[in-house]
Design a protein around this ligand. Structure first.
Ligand code: FAD
Ligand code: N01
Length: 542
């Protein structure tokens, strides 16, 4: 039951990178906006994921906002890849510096959002029993914010301590003297495992699918170097915006087999020595599209694993077989080296599957592992999970869950037909998760803000993606993906990690730069593919 029905111009759900910047832009437009956040502070990803070893895998100098030159100059990143605490401090600084907190309702979950077709407004209902009415609703809920519940029999019977990497206790965890089990070897597990191994008496890593991981080559940043980068930042960021992955590195011009074997090896080695997520993917331009080219990079990565890991059987278990890059490539500090430690055991679940979690630990087909603590690094219901967790009802009483029964359908990853005045930040159908997300977030938020300005200037107050525009976009995005190796992997990009989730490849693969141009063109063409109206429905642009 609603105790309040306050009216604002816009409700933003989520106070991570997306929601904070959206609030800045909405205020600039003179709109009254409220951000609703279920956590008790800002930060989003960086508020929740406090596991040991958590840090960004895009360089700090690029994984940050660019909208304020003053902010850029003030904040001095201390490492090539900032730790979770440093990124969280940064986002707190942003919230304070731009005085954002006064418009954020913390510790409040948005439970439902219903569109009223008569008034073209959204009613947003929250966990504290209150509701807000707003013309516009911006879903800044995150792509990786709905933690996956472990789907293993006996999950609740374990008597020891359990942790999920995405719900890590604020006070931290001391594993000293403990027998620890980690389930999951995606990016979270691969970052946490080396740090937990340093503390635990014994660490057992339960691995179902091995992953490729590139060395981070993390290093402290000299303040002088940071100042130099910031001085030339505009050019650096422009390059990132126009690139495929939102990073300021030139795209490769040559294909894998256009060069000699020696030259190919040299480029892979150069990438490996430089480190970072694009170590191999930026060496040649056919990495994601040509099976043999991808195979060459895979073989290089597997060889590196076998050179680092001393026990050949463990090295073989750690060697992935999928096309490299088609599941998000991990970035690590000493991940493979960790398996050379005496206190670390890899349990290959392809050889001995888990039968159950028991009171005392984990029982696989072959034996019982007695454990004090269990860490679930099992990931997220990615891209659609946080949206579907909200009961969103659009035109004609149709819910988003119904509209997306066979997988998400959006226009530009920004809007959904049948859900007027609702915007998604880096939604499915956009390149967000395949990119430096802050670059994509800024682009989306800027596009939404410019769109709202356009509505203001033209006396319009309702915008809705057309079914035809959305159908064409979905077909286009699917076609792009089908020309690559991406859809073949059982990744969270296709929803394969969540039992029962429709298997649809969700991101846009044609790169941030191309996508930005396409979004800008839509806006320039009077928001082609959208219908723009006033409350009494005039002024369409189909
Ligand atoms: P989020 O940061 O996820 O914020 C969304 C917020 O919405 C959350 O605080 C959540 O509590 C809130 N919310 C959701 N639903 C509701 C609701 N119903 N009611 C109220 N509040 C709600 N990307 C990169 O580009 N580079 C990286 O190096 C990188 N590292 C990452 C490391 C980790 C551990 C993880 C999990 C992700 C990483 N990502 C990275 C992706 C990262 O999610 C994005 O870069 C970025 O932080 C997303 O910001 P956001 O504001 O869109 O979403
Ligand atoms: O989650 P994941 P994540 N039994 O889904 C395993 C970003 N991120 O949290 O592959 C056994 O990748 C699962 O095994 P399998 C980044 O975008 C970035 O690690 O399904 N195992 C897999 O090994 C990333 O891609 C950083 O066979 C089970 C693991 O759990 C995204 O977030 C850091 C299982 C889940 O891997 C998600 O990463 C962290 C089961 N029942 C996150 N269920 C950076 O470095 C799941 N698994 C910046």
């Amino acid at each position: 039951m609603s105790t309040e029905d306050a009216e604002v111009d816009a409700v933003v759900v989520g106070a991570g990178f997306s929601g904070l910047y959206m609030l800045v832009r909405l205020r600039e437009l003179g709109l009254r906006a409220v951000v609703v956040e279920r956590g008790d502070d800002v930060g989003g990803t960086w508020y929740w994921n406090r596991y040991p070893g958590a840090r960004c895998d895009i360089e700090s100098l690029d994984y940050c906002y660019s909208f304020s030159p003053d902010l850029l100059r003030e904040w001095v990143w201390s490492e090539r890849y900032a730790t979770q605490p440093e990124i969280l401090r940064y986002l707190n600084h942003v919230a304070d510096r731009f005085d954002l907190r006064r418009d954020i309702r913390f510790s409040t979950r948005v439970e439902a959002a219903r569109f009223d077709e008569q008034n073209s407004t959204w009613t947003v209902s929250m966990s504290d029993g209150t509701s807000l009415r707003a013309r516009f609703c911006v879903m800044a809920v995150g792509n990786l914010s709905e933690p996956k519940r472990p789907d293993i029999p006996g999950f609740t019977s374990f008597a020891g301590e359990t942790y999920h990497t995405a719900l890590w206790p604020r006070e931290g965890v001391d594993f000293t003297g403990k027998r620890v089990g980690v389930i999951g070897t995606g990016s979270s597990g691969i970052q946490a495992i080396p740090r937990i191994a340093e503390q635990a008496e014994a660490l057992f890593v339960f691995q179902r699918t091995p992953n490729y991981s590139m060395p981070a080559r993390n290093t402290p940043l000299e303040p002088g170097y940071v100042a130099d980068v910031v001085a030339g930042y505009e050019g650096r960021r422009r390059m990132a915006r126009e690139s495929d992955a939102g990073v300021p590195f030139p795209a490769a011009q040559q294909a894998t087999f256009e060069v000699s074997d020696e030259e190919r090896e040299r480029r892979y080695e150069e990438g490996w020595a430089r480190g970072g997520i694009n170590s191999l993917s930026y060496a040649f331009n056919d990495f994601f599209t040509d099976e043999e080219a991808n195979q060459a990079a895979q073989e290089f990565a597997r060889r590196k694993i076998s050179e680092i890991v001393r026990d050949p059987e463990t090295a073989a278990s750690l060697s992935p077989a999928h096309h490299i890059g088609t599941k998000r490539t991990c970035v690590d500090t000493d991940y493979f080296q960790t398996y050379n430690r005496d206190n670390v055991t890899l349990v290959d679940l392809r050889k001995q599957p888990i039968e159950a979690i028991t009171e005392g630990g984990i029982r696989t087909r072959d034996r019982d592992y007695s454990l004090d603590c269990l860490v679930f690094a099992v990931g997220f219901d990615a891209m659609t999970g946080a949206l579907r967790a909200i009961d969103i009802t659009g035109c004609g009483g149709r819910t988003l869950t119904e509209a997306w029964e066979e997988g998400p359908r959006t226009y530009l990853g920004l809007a959904v037909a049948g859900f007027p005045n609702m915007f998604l930040v880096t939604g499915p159908g956009s390149p967000g998760v395949l990119s430096n997300m802050v670059v994509s977030i800024e682009q989306h938020v800027d596009w939404i803000a410019d769109c709202l300005r356009h509505l203001q200037e033209h006396g319009l107050d309702r915008i809705e993606a057309t079914e035809a525009g959305q159908d064409a976009w979905v077909a286009y995005v699917n076609g792009l993906a089908d020309a690559t190796l991406y859809p073949e992997a059982a990744s969270w990009y296709v929803g394969a990690n969540i039992p029962g989730k429709p298997r649809v490849f969700m991101p846009y693969v044609n790169g941030c730069g191309n996508y930005r141009r396409e979004c800008d063109e839509v806006a320039r063409n009077d928001y082609q593919g959208f219908t723009l109206t006033t409350a009494d429905r005039v002024g369409t642009s189909a």
